[in-house]
Design a protein around this ligand. Structure first.
Ligand SMILES: Cc1cc2nc3c(=O)[nH]c(=O)nc-3n(C[C@H](O)[C@H](O)[C@H](O)COP(=O)(O)O)c2cc1C
Length: 292
């Protein structure tokens, strides 16, 4: 995972259509939104719905609290989907996920987490990775990362604690320390944009960069970072592709994607309200067409 640009896993956003779109915009790897292993282990239909198209560059992110269901889920995935890797979510701060011991709480259940990663490594057809945040005790986090090294091909660090959610100050210095002390490829996640990326890659020593909210607002970010030609407004390309695909998925994804892409435009609040109230794909696309 050297000098790659990745689309972050984003629950409610990174469906297969957005992943394909971000790949066409230049993302080297695209993460699925987190999928719970309990819901995947016997459910091929769910897998077919989530991964209807071939995506060689997809990293499927799994979330769960017990090691065993990871085995049955990955076996099921292997029979249904082509993928580049399986990622473990060990950073989700949601109380619904955390109360069972999954997501961020896994960072405090080291033995279970290592057992899960062992299972992923054994059964995955691709890379094994984990996405983490920082524990309150930074030294403890570094000691944990040292142990993860034997189980994963790379690690993604979103250097915030659980309590910071998605808006607290990001501890890039922490990533720099990890880089110095652990020999493991690092993907950096957190507030990256086209202006700060290069500086933060040098500062932290991260191998690759992951984009979340900024990529949703400006999918051109991958083209900008890779020096590719910027030929069209991403929103126009998105709509064209959407129509070409023949309404690929639920209305809520379409609304979420377009609301992000119009942020910062004139009257974006008013348009957001109109989109939110729309009852069909056609209605949403009509509203957007008005402002293009
Ligand atoms: C709406 C939303 C959904 C997210 N869903 C996930 C998820 O499913 N799995 C995960 O590991 N991180 C998830 N994240 C965290 C992002 O992947 C990323 O680490 C974080 O937003 C910081 O990056 P950014 O500033 O580039 O958005 C989510 C973040 C947001 C805002």
């Amino acid at each position: 995972m050297k000098s790659k640009y990745l689309m972050a896993p984003m629950h409610g956003y990174t469906n297969h259509f957005l992943r394909k779109f971000m790949s066409s915009m230049g993302a080297d790897y695209v993460f699925s939104e987190m999928l719970h292993v309990e819901s995947l282990k016997h459910n091929k239909e769910l897998l077919e719905r989530n991964f209807p198209l071939k995506e060689e560059n997809i990293i499927i992110q799994l979330v769960g609290e017990n090691p065993l269901p990871f085995i049955s889920s990955i076996k099921n995935i292997n029979e249904t989907v082509e993928y580049a890797g399986i990622d473990l979510n060990a950073g989700c701060p949601s109380s619904v996920i955390n109360k069972t011991g999954a997501g961020y709480e896994l960072l405090k259940r080291k033995e279970v987490m290592l057992e899960i990663l062992k299972n992923i490594k054994r059964y995955s057809n691709g890379t094994t990775s984990v996405k983490i945040r920082i524990l309150e005790d930074k030294e403890k986090t570094i000691e944990l990362i040292k142990e993860l090294k034997d189980y994963v091909d790379f690690i993604t660090i979103h250097p915030r604690t659980k309590e910071q959610g998605y808006s607290g100050e990001i501890d890039y210095e922490f990533v720099k320390v990890v880089r110095k002390r652990v020999d493991l490829p690092i993907v950096l996640s957190g507030n990256l944009d086209e202006f700060n990326s290069r500086k933060l890659k040098v500062l932290t020593g991260a191998d690759s960069l992951m984009y979340g909210r900024k990529a949703l607002q400006n999918p051109n970010i991958f083209r900008i970072m890779k020096g590719l030609e910027l030929n069209r407004a991403p929103i126009s390309e998105y709509i064209e592709e959407y129509k070409r695909f023949g309404k690929p998925e639920g209305l809520s994804y379409l609304k979420m994607h377009l609301i992000e892409m119009i942020k910062g435009r004139k009257k974006s609040k008013e348009i957001k309200t109109r989109i939110s109230r729309a009852k069909s794909d056609e209605e949403v696309l009509g509203i957007i067409q008005d402002i293009l």
